[in-house]
Design a protein around this ligand. Structure first.
Ligand SMILES: Nc1ncnc2c1ncn2[C@@H]1O[C@H](COP(=O)(O)OP(=O)(O)O)[C@@H](O)[C@H]1O
Ligand SMILES: O=C(O)C1=C[C@@H](OP(=O)(O)O)[C@@H](O)[C@H](O)C1
Ligand SMILES: [Mg+2]
Length: 200
């Protein structure tokens, strides 16, 4: 959407959270292209800065070190402008990360069934799923994390849907969210409101 050389978008910062394999990295990249925003995948950033793959970080430095890196990265990405941020599946689980992210802007949570997650991750290198029975592990981890993911701003299902359709739904929902935010703000100020679209 272009007008007078300005790009109209519902938001100029958004993060994607959700369980492993729900599509955060792929959808985040596609969403960033659709909204003409920068793209940051926090796992990729950690990999680049530490100089090791995620499985190497887990194996050589331990999960605690990885979670500390995530925390540092959250601090930095909440200071970015014009960006779509794809988080790792555990990033939003840590309370302080969650608070910082939700204070910064909308957090879209992607959802998928354990079976879909299993199919999408079975040939990948997620260290937490390198176990004898990954599907059971996915089920129990998902159950445990579900109440936390529910604290996200917008929830979108990714099962059996092409990525373009998911991106389209996210953008529609972000417009609705931005309109509601604006209505609240206008009510507070006692103004009639106007066009608040994020533009640059
Ligand atoms: N809507 C979708 N339909 C089919 N495959 C998908 C979809 N979204 C993601 N994938 C695939 O599933 C795998 C995991 O996706 P990814 O974006 O890495 O998930 P996450 O970052 O949430 O762990 C990748 O191979 C990706 O291409
Ligand atoms: O859920 C988790 O705790 C993790 C999810 C992974 O990211 P994806 O959700 O992008 O696979 C990665 O950060 C790491 O393996 C730990
Ligand atoms: Mg990812």
């Amino acid at each position: 959407m272009f007008s007078s050389g300005l790009i109209e978008r519902p938001v100029s910062w958004v993060a994607l959270a959700g369980f492993m394999g729900t599509g955060k990295s792929r959808i985040g990249w596609e969403l960033s292209r659709a909204l003409a925003l920068h793209f940051v995948d926090t796992d990729k950033l950690i990999t680049r800065v530490v100089g090791k793959t995620i499985p190497e970080v887990f194996a050589q430095e331990g999960e605690g070190y990885f979670r500390a890196c995530e925390h540092e990265v959250v601090h930095r990405v909440t200071r970015l402008e014009h960006a779509v941020i794809s988080l790792g599946g555990g990033t939003f689980i840590q309370e302080d990360n969650r608070r910082q992210l939700l204070e910064r802007g909308p957090v879209v949570v992607l959802w998928a069934t354990p079976e879909t997650v299993y199919q999408r991750t079975k040939h990948s290198d997620r260290p937490l799923l390198r176990v004898e029975d990954p599907l059971s592990t996915i089920r129990s981890m998902m159950n445990e994390r579900e109440p936390v993911y529910r604290q996200g701003t917008i929830h979108v299902h990714s099962d059996g849907r092409p990525s373009e359709e998911i991106v389209e739904e996210i953008i529609e929902r972000l417009w609705a969210w931005a309109d509601a935010q604006h209505a609240w703000a206008a009510q507070g100020e006692g103004t009639a409101g106007g066009d608040h679209r994020a533009a640059d």
